[in-house]
Design a protein around this ligand. Structure first.
Ligand SMILES: [Zn+2]
Ligand SMILES: [Zn+2]
Length: 430
């Protein structure tokens, strides 16, 4: 688009019906459709790895647009559409996640979800409490606009509709790592860059980024402390794992403050579950701690893991107990590749209508990080929060009150379309 703008400056008479204006018009014309799709998907949310209705809606839409290829059943329910532009150029990918959460919707919206699903053997209410309904609708809108403007498109766009971002149900595989395993980023049509958007309670219509690390790496923590069972009246006759586990919970908080280089980014260790024993006068054999770890620097993450194991084992030993520590990666760090960000910044400025801003670190995690382990990517937050409500009072993602200001959806479509159209032109000069 930069070239076109330069031409316009030379030949102002061309200002009528330039490709840019046609694209702006196409984007404007798709708004109501995007809102309708979003409401339909919102009303029919599906849990991770169960996104069958959503996937069918997406696949039918892409086929109707005469895409070059529409693959379904990727990583269970994923859909990948391939659109080739009329001009030669690179392959890039645009990604939307499709899954909802076991949350009972409380928004009172006329299109609120009444859906139910099954999670871990229990029937649960289901809601698009993370706004992935908006992600799907915006990418469907971008598909339609780009299909209309194939002539201007240099290269190939892969539209990635991914299942199970929130994590596959226990015992199943899925999400971004499985899309990668199934070959999304390899082969003749391997994309060289990827863009993902996430709706977030920032001011509606704004785009928020951070160069480098943006969203945390997440690890799940599972600690079992083993002692020796005895009567609660005579602790000296056994080994108390509850007492040892309590010291561990406290000591873990000293790791970020005393052992990590905090100038490289903050870290969070939360123990959210403490289980041990069945009644007050029995010291049990075991206590179990479940938690989550969030970090923003790969080296500090490694150091935290080492210190954590040493701390847990040391405290257990000091109590005559033993401990087993398991740390499992849930997601690596999600961020914005600095060179790609610089390259695409004018496009994001255009898409955001000047609201593009650098945001704070986010301690939530995203499985988009798995794509970024292979190719450079951008992950940008799209503000969908009500600007008349103070930021701290806006319901967060995963809240039963989470809502999306639909007037922001067009900004998301602009970012997706702009990235696809401008990526080739914005290549750094050799
Ligand atoms: Zn989420
Ligand atoms: Zn999400």
């Amino acid at each position: 688009m930069k070239i076109i703008l330069a031409l316009l400056a030379l030949f102002p008479a061309l200002a009528v019906a330039t490709p840019d204006q046609r694209i702006e018009r196409s984007i404007g014309e798709i708004e109501q459709q995007v809102i309708d799709w979003r409401r339909d998907i919102h009303r029919h949310p599906e849990l991770s790895n169960r996104e069958e209705r959503t996937a069918a809606l997406v696949a039918e839409h892409l086929r109707r647009l005469d895409f070059d290829k529409v693959e379904t059943g990727i990583a269970h329910t994923g859909v990948v559409g391939t659109l080739r532009g009329a001009k030669p150029g690179p392959v890039i990918a645009l990604r939307a996640d499709m899954d909802a959460l076991p949350v009972k919707e409380m928004t009172g919206l006329p299109f609120a979800s009444e859906a139910r699903g099954e999670y871990m053997g229990r029937e649960v209410p289901v809601m698009h409490a993370c706004g992935h309904d908006a992600h799907v609708a915006m990418l469907m809108g971008a598909a339609e606009v780009l299909a209309q403007h194939r002539k201007q498109l240099a290269g190939t766009v892969k539209f990635v509709f991914q299942p199970a971002e929130e994590g596959p149900p226990p015992g199943e595989d899925g999400g971004a790592p499985m899309m990668v395993e199934e070959g999304l980023l390899t082969g003749p049509d391997a994309p060289e860059a990827i863009l993902g958007l996430h709706v977030w309670p920032e001011d509606s219509g704004s785009l928020v980024y951070r160069s480098g690390s943006f969203m945390a790496a997440a690890d799940t923590l599972d600690i079992t402390v083993t002692g020796r069972q005895t009567h609660g009246s005579s602790p000296w006759l056994g080994v108390d794992p509850v007492y040892a586990a309590a010291q561990i919970v406290t000591a873990l908080q000293g790791i970020p403050g005393r052992h990590l280089d905090i100038t490289r980014g903050p870290a969070v260790i939360t123990v959210g579950s403490f289980q041990g024993g069945v009644r007050g006068n029995i010291i049990p054999d075991q206590a179990r701690l479940l938690g989550t770890i969030r970090t923003f620097d790969a080296g500090e993450r490694e150091r935290l893991h080492q210190r954590l194991v040493a701390t847990v084992e040391g405290i257990a030993a000091a109590n005559n107990a033993t401990a087993e520590v398991s740390i499992t990666q849930a997601a690596p760090i999600t961020g914005n590749d600095p060179a790609l960000l610089q390259r695409m910044r004018p496009t994001l400025e255009w898409a955001s209508r000047g609201t593009l801003a650098e945001g704070n670190l986010i301690t939530a995690a995203e499985d988009f990080a798995y794509y970024q382990e292979h190719i450079p990517g951008l992950f940008i937050m799209l503000g969908v929060g009500d600007p008349t409500v103070p930021r701290a009072e806006r319901p967060s993602n995963h809240s039963p009150y989470f809502t999306v200001d639909e007037s922001a959806l067009l900004t998301g479509v602009r970012a997706l379309v702009g990235f696809a159209l401008d990526y080739a032109e914005a290549a750094p000069s050799p």
